[in-house]
Design a protein around this ligand. Structure first.
Ligand code: BGC
Length: 777
């Protein structure tokens, strides 16, 4: 392993290794920004960064407060340095919405400020088992008054419109006036990206004794967002509080004042309902009111119970147990928790590159969803995978328009989007990555093979497959100088350091897969549901001749191979570029994307992220082991892993070809990337695809799981130093548990009728009469 990577992994752990918790043991301003992403809470619908309830006492550079709703964005005209025809006109940027978590505490007139007075005790804890964030502070103000504060926060996973905070305090050595100023702060702005940082306008605000609301409108789009807060107190606290309230243009404030007794604990619960509208005429305010009212009746404690119950169900499906490595055990749970928080589950939204934990990447959805996150769901919670694919179906009309923009047939999915339109103005990094079409087709096939959800394919899947296949037919052409093979020119594979190349191997193979899957699915549905097929064919003008043409073209697609080096060339020009090894690039010049002009990057054989190596994974059954080894040996030294999507894939292929140390090292770069902040940019938001990659590198890497043509395969091994690891998978309606030990692996059927797979070359069938099997590795 190169030093560059080893050094990154030498970073000291920021949080102690705990199986189910992430704990901040000391309040340090220098960790604040990072903590905001690590302690972000979300439920797929909305996300709140791990900001403090009280006003942040540090500098503006060390905080990016944020509350977002997945899919709620502002839109601005893209300004180009140089205009060109058919470029996308408007961008989309996820908006920072009102901060409803604000609560400031005063002892007399002295405001809780962790930089003033003395922190006697401090602990913030993200409880992954329960899905709760809590903070416990013992603080002494400048007059020597000591107070204990306990704050528990949740974003409900079972009620997508609810956030809640329990705020408790107890004067330790004094009796006297204490007030809590709770607010919905609508005076917020985006910190990045938008030119008009004030994307929001207040339509109304109102406050009543314990409740109140704010209604926002996004100026450039039709969204309205309503926040309704209710404050609840226990009987004892209720008697004693006096409430003052005010609402101004963009704030709603409550001040709860009390003459507090030494040693007594007081509690206020803030329950907030949040809804947004998409269309004119919808009334998010009444929806938010209803959500908040229902949750208030339920009460904070029951919301906590619901949350714990939800999480326990989630962990039943997705928990990966690692015996022998606490750091990794923690990382797996942390990553799985964030994947849960990030994923839109309504078919109208998807998974943004940073989830809902930060403004970076503008809340955009990329291929990250289908290639890195969707497998996690397909094999564990297939219903979520279905909804992620449904999002693509719901934006198919826009993908057709996007294809038209590029003078192509069918549909071309956007590289970056929220609403289904291309949101990137940098076409050499975006539109040129046509492979996103094939990635979506690949994910559709994966979902279908795992779930056998025929209904989904009939109603949605096939249409996407045909439309994406049509795009390929119109993009490619028969090139006489290439033996009259069908070629795709001026494309970019996953390696963004090589845009505008001809015949990127990943793209060509995956396009072939896209066509092949479309044709096969058309045949399946034509046989099984001829009526449905006929209706679809009429609607999208599909006939048998076109299917026959797809069959022919897919056989003619040029599949690159270099005889001299006996490797898969990344594209037609890659091997003719200036050779370079990453070890020879000074470390301070990495990542290249930040330090070299693109033209410099393009002239070298230098790779940003797994490209041919990703192909070795996705279509691994098309390549021999020897070729995988040669490809790995050739491309690995040229790869900078400047994208966090890369190491996981190298880890998987390294596992497959027996490079155990490299597999482990690359895995380590993936698993704790955000927790240990290897790239020093986690403050921008968590790396969701990389988190999905962690799961992939265990399941596909160490356990060697593959699925080709609807068949499941395992080639497990145990990394050095681990005692065992265990995970669960769903497959065709059944659930199995796999436990890998040093010399054996145990496969167990947990539910469902029967599962069949191969363990190395041995066929294994688990069924009622043979629920589990322990086999040698
Ligand atoms: C990677 C892309 C990825 C994007 C968002 C880029 O740095 O090169 O593959 O889709 O980040 O995560």
């Amino acid at each position: 392993m190169r030093n560059y990577h080893a050094r990154k992994m030498d970073k000291e752990a920021i949080y102690p290794y705990q199986a189910w918790k992430i704990t901040e043991e000391e309040f340090l301003l220098e960790n604040n920004h990072h903590n905001e992403a690590i302690f972000a809470l979300g439920n797929g619908y909305m996300g709140l960064r791990g900001t403090l309830e009280e006003d942040y006492p540090g500098s503006e550079e060390s905080t990016t407060p944020g509350f977002y709703i997945n899919g709620v964005y502002a839109s601005e005209k893209i300004i180009y340095g140089e205009e060109a025809p058919n470029l996308p006109k408007k961008g989309q940027t996820m908006i920072n919405l009102a901060d409803w978590s604000e609560i400031n505490l005063y002892i007399n007139e002295e405001k809780l400020n962790l930089l003033k007075g003395k922190i006697l005790d401090y602990k913030r804890e993200l409880d992954l088992k329960q899905g709760l964030l809590s903070r416990r502070i013992r603080w002494e103000d400048r007059q020597g008054r000591k107070i204990e504060i306990k704050i528990t926060r949740l974003i409900s996973l079972s009620r997508e419109h609810i956030g809640a905070i329990r705020y408790q305090f107890k004067p330790i050595n004094f009796s006297g006036k204490i007030s809590l100023n709770s607010a919905i702060n609508g005076d917020v702005s985006n910190h990045h990206h938008l030119r008009d940082k004030k994307a929001l306008e207040v339509i109304e605000s109102e406050v009543d004794t314990n409740t109140g609301h704010l209604l926002h409108k996004v100026k450039s789009t039709k969204f309205k967002v309503a926040y309704v807060a209710e404050h609840l107190m226990d009987e004892h606290s209720k008697e004693n509080f006096e409430v003052k309230k005010r609402s101004s243009d963009n704030r709603v404030d409550w001040v709860f004042e009390i003459s507090a007794n030494q040693g007594e604990e007081y509690t206020i619960d803030k329950i907030v309902g949040i809804n947004h509208s998409q269309e004119e005429g919808e009334n998010p305010l009444s929806d938010a009111r209803a959500s908040a009212a229902r949750a208030s009746i339920t009460g904070f404690e029951n919301l906590v119970e619901e949350q714990t119950e939800f999480m326990s169900g989630y962990w039943q499906d997705v928990d990966v147990k690692i015996d022998g490595d606490d750091a990794l055990q923690q990382a797996f749970r942390f990553n799985a928790f964030h994947i849960l928080q990030a994923a839109g589950k309504d078919g109208q939204t998807s998974v943004a590159a940073k989830g809902i934990s930060g403004e970076y990447y503008e809340g955009h959805y990329f291929w990250d969803t289908e290639s890195y996150v969707l497998p996690f769901y397909a094999f564990q919670r297939p219903e979520v995978a279905r909804n992620l694919l449904l999002f693509r179906y719901n934006t198919l009309a826009k993908a057709r328009k996007n294809a038209e923009r590029m003078k192509l047939d069918g549909a071309l999915f956007p590289w970056r989007t929220i609403n289904g339109e291309e949101a990137s103005g940098f076409f050499m990094g975006s539109t040129v990555q046509y492979h996103i079409n094939a990635d979506i087709a690949y994910a559709l096939n994966l979902y279908y093979q795992v779930s056998r959800d025929q209904e989904f394919m009939e109603n949605y899947g096939l249409e996407i497959l045909i439309e994406t296949a049509r795009m390929w037919i119109s993009l490619g052409s028969y090139i006489p100088m290439k033996n009259n093979k069908f070629c795709f020119n001026v494309v970019c594979g996953p390696d963004e350091y090589k845009p505008g190349v001809n015949n990127n191997a990943y793209t060509n193979y995956m396009a072939k897969f896209n066509l092949d899957t479309a044709v096969k699915m058309a045949e399946i549905i034509k046989n099984k549901s001829p009526e449905k097929y006929k209706r679809l064919a009429e609607r999208i003008d599909l006939n048998q001749k076109e299917i026959e043409n797809m069959k022919e073209v897919k056989e003619d697609i040029y599949l690159p191979y270099n005889e001299e080096l006996e490797i898969t060339p990344q594209d037609d020009s890659f091997l003719y570029k200036n050779p370079i090894e990453v070890d020879n690039i000074p470390e301070e010049e990495l990542p290249l994307v930040k330090n070299w002009h693109p033209l410099i990057v393009w002239r070298y054989q230098v790779i940003k992220q797994a490209d041919v190596i990703l192909l070795m994974l996705q279509l691994g059954n098309k390549f021999s082991n020897e070729l995988k080894i040669r490809n790995y040996d050739y491309y690995e030294p040229k790869t900078t892993h400047d994208s966090s999507l890369s190491p996981a894939i190298y880890s998987i292929i390294a596992s497959e070809i027996g490079y155990k140390n490299q597999a482990y090292n690359y895995f380590m770069q993936t698993a704790r990337l955000d927790l240990d902040d290897y790239n020093e940019n986690a403050y921008q938001g968590v790396h969701t695809a990389c988190m999905g990659g962690t799961w992939l590198s265990l399941v596909q890497g160490f356990a060697g799981m593959r699925m080709f043509n609807g068949k499941l395969y395992f080639h497990p091994h145990l990394p050095d130093g681990w005692n065992n690891y265990q995970f669960r998978l769903r497959f065709k309606g059944s659930q199995i548990e796999i436990t890998v030990k040093e010399n054996t692996v145990k496969y167990m059927l947990l539910s469902g009728d029967k599962v069949e797979f191969k363990h190395y070359d041995q066929v294994v069938v688990l069924k009622e009469s043979n629920l589990s099997q322990e086999l040698e590795i």
